[in-house]
Design a binder for this molecule. Structure first.
Ligand code: AR6
Length: 170
């Protein structure tokens, strides 16, 4: 089963790449972004300064530094403004572009946080659907990605992902 959901801290995941829910500066922040920068160490922000930021829906690669993961893929999710401002397409783009960057880097295992559903306010029931539909559609054409893990930070978030996963992992 290439797509799974777990309740865990993404900074501890022993995968080829973890995805960061960053902001457009790529210079760190709160939430999972802050946790990743703290765990990776100060060399990460030095590399991020060279990247010139990142647009919403785009993704950029760095090394993982002190993380177990070799790479970090930084993506910028949309801020939720009610859902009629292009949020679903931008969120889908985050997952798709992150996976495209992963394939280009030779990544075979990747873990995602629940992008945009913290500080950016995207309702998790909607966001998890976009995440799972986009990832499963991508994997159908890219067997080189062997595993995708949705790394949920609470038991209640995990329950939402497990429910949504029933449609792709019946
Ligand atoms: N492992 C896995 N998930 C985590 C972790 C962790 N260590 N820490 C938090 N989460 P958020 P966003 C979950 O707010 O909504 C930052 O300041 C969290 O519970 O991190 O995309 C950036 O710089 C939630 O489910 O990201 C941006 O300014 C999920 O990660 C802004 O926040 C995403 O929540 C991005 O907001």
């Amino acid at each position: 089963m290439p797509i799974t959901a777990i309740h865990a801290d993404i900074t501890r995941q022993p995968v080829d790449a973890i995805v960061n829910a960053a902001n457009s500066s790529l210079l760190g922040g709160g939430g999972v972004d802050g946790a990743i920068h703290r765990a990776a160490g100060p060399d990460l922000v030095h590399e991020c300064r060279m990247l010139g930021g990142c647009k919403t829906g785009e993704a950029k690669l760095t090394r993982g530094y002190r993380l177990p993961a070799k790479h970090i893929i930084h993506t910028v999710g949309p801020v939720w403004r009610g859902g009629a401002d292009g949020e679903p397409a931008l969120l889908a783009s985050c997952y798709r572009r992150s996976l495209e960057v992963a394939v280009a880097a030779g990544v075979r295992s990747i873990a995602f946080p629940s992008i945009s559903t913290g500080i950016y306010g995207y309702p998790i029931e909607h966001a998890s659907r976009v995440a799972i539909d986009t990832v499963s559609g991508f994997l159908a054409d890219h067997p080189e990605i062997e595993s995708v893990t949705f790394c949920c930070f609470s038991a209640s978030d995990l329950a939402v992902y497990e429910q949504a996963l029933k449609t792709v992992n019946p």
